[in-house]
Every structure is written in structure tokens, then in C-alpha cells.
Design a protein around this ligand. Structure first.
Ligand SMILES: [Zn+2]
Length: 238
């Protein structure tokens, strides 16, 4: 796994606002602390989220963009790109691959952090169909699309040169390989998570669950007792 001082820029590709914060806000805070430049790319605006039926869906999109922007700021991330694909209907289409490839060529990241294209049968809530599709499209964009000058030729025509991402960090994978110790960043992670006000009917219960899950993750991947971790399946891509 590339270490923070080996990473200049990291691009996060997630299906929905709040996905990055559940799985990776601690990692984001740690990397920002080490001077890594981070960009979030949100495939949808999360306009099918929440449970308030009186809320117009068009308003939900704006609310969730605001919430994700605030959550990003809580961990020091200021660059966000919203692709605006429809929530609940994400497909790993050529159009989405082209959109993500464009962002990769613009951002030129060393690492892309994305969701798992493989369903986790032990924890199906991490495997929302939008997550699987966004993960598949992001991996196709890393290899081969973004590095292939002849893929999505409109990108080269627009002056966007091919770019080779070195590593993919997959979150929510059934068999994570690498823990990131985020013990010192747990408070910042909750600051980010709590920005998603429209998504938390029970913020206290959510914090208990996420806290327990981070401690279990650390223990499962061999960190000392009492540490908290987020975890990834790390994939070499160069
Ligand atoms: Zn999601």
C-alpha cells in the first residue's frame, strides 16, 4: 500500500453522498494531515436517500450536495465533483466510465479509492447496486480507459492526456487486505458523518455502530487492541 508521503493526489469515486464518510473519512483526515490533495467524485446526488416522503426529490439533491460538501470540509477536503447520475439507477455504462475517466485525467491521482464491484454476502448493505456499479465503472476507468489514448476519444480531443493510476483502494470488499489506523481521527470522522443530517434518524445509534465496526476491523486485521481502523483491498494498477 502506498504510504502517505508517496501520494501526491488521491481521487475518491463514490456512488452517493455519505458513502466516503462511513468507510473512509478517518483515512481522508489522516491523508490531508500528511499533505495529500484529495478530490471527491460523487456519481449521484443521493436524491433517492432519506425517508421523508414530503421532501421534494429535487430539493434532496441540493441538500445532499451541501451535506457532502460540509462533511468533506470537516476532514479538510475542498475539491468535489458531482457527476449527477440518477440515484438508484447507476449502471457501469460507457457514459459513466467516460465521466470518471475525464475526472481521472483532470485530477491525475496516484490512487483511486472506490467501492467494491464484488458483492459482500456477509454484509449486503455495503453492496448497494449503485455501489457495485460505481465500483465497476471506476475500476474500468482506471484500467484501461484513463490510460488508453484511444478510449473515449473526446477526452484527448479536449486536451486531456492519458493518465496511469498506480493503485486502487477498494472499500467494502469482502476480503480487505490493508487496515488504516484512524484512531487519532475518529472524532473528525464523526464530525464528517454527522454533517449528513438528512440521513441519520438515530445519530447516537449510528455512532455506536460505526465505532464498534472500526474497532472490530482493527482487531481482524491485526492492529493492537483498542485501535480503530478503516480497511481496503489494495490493488496494484501500474
Ligand atoms: Zn451509498
Amino acid at each position: 500500500m502506498l504510504q502517505p508521503d508517496q501520494i501526491e493526489r488521491l481521487l475518491v469515486v463514490m456512488a452517493h453522498p455519505d458513502d466516503v464518510d462511513f468507510g473512509s473519512a478517518g483515512t481522508m483526515a489522516m491523508l490531508v494531515d500528511h499533505g495529500v490533495h484529495i478530490t471527491y467524485c460523487l456519481v449521484t446526488d443521493g436524491d433517492a436517500g432519506g425517508s421523508d416522503r414530503s421532501m421534494p426529490r429535487s430539493e434532496m439533491a441540493a441538500i445532499r450536495r451541501r451535506e457532502q460538501t460540509a462533511a468533506a470540509a470537516a476532514v479538510g477536503v475542498k475539491d468535489l465533483v458531482f457527476l449527477g447520475h440518477p440515484d438508484g439507477r447507476v449502471e457501469s455504462s460507457i457514459a459513466l466510465r467516460a465521466d470518471i475517466s475525464r475526472v481521472i485525467r483532470e485530477v491525475r491521482p496516484n490512487v483511486v479509492l472506490c467501492q467494491s464491484p464484488e458483492r459482500n454476502l456477509d454484509r449486503i448493505f455495503a453492496s448497494h447496486p449503485d455501489h457495485l456499479a460505481a465500483g465497476e465503472a471506476a475500476m474500468c476507468a482506471v484500467y484501461p480507459d484513463a490510460r488508453n489514448p484511444f478510449a473515449h476519444p473526446e477526452l484527448l480531443a479536449a486536451g486531456l492526456e492519458p493518465w496511469e493510476v498506480e493503485e486502487i483502494w477498494v472499500s467494502g470488499h469482502p476480503t480487505p487486505t490493508h487496515p488504516v489506523d484512524v484512531t487519532d481521527y475518529v472524532d473528525q470522522k464523526f464530525e464528517a458523518l454527522l454533517c449528513h443530517v438528512s440521513q441519520h434518524p438515530d445519530p447516537a445509534g449510528m455512532q455506536v455502530r460505526v465505532r464498534e465496526w472500526m474497532v472490530r476491523t482493527a482487531a481482524a486485521l491485526g492492529l493492537p487492541e483498542g485501535r480503530s481502523a478503516e480497511s481496503y483491498r489494495v490493488v496494484r494498477a501500474a
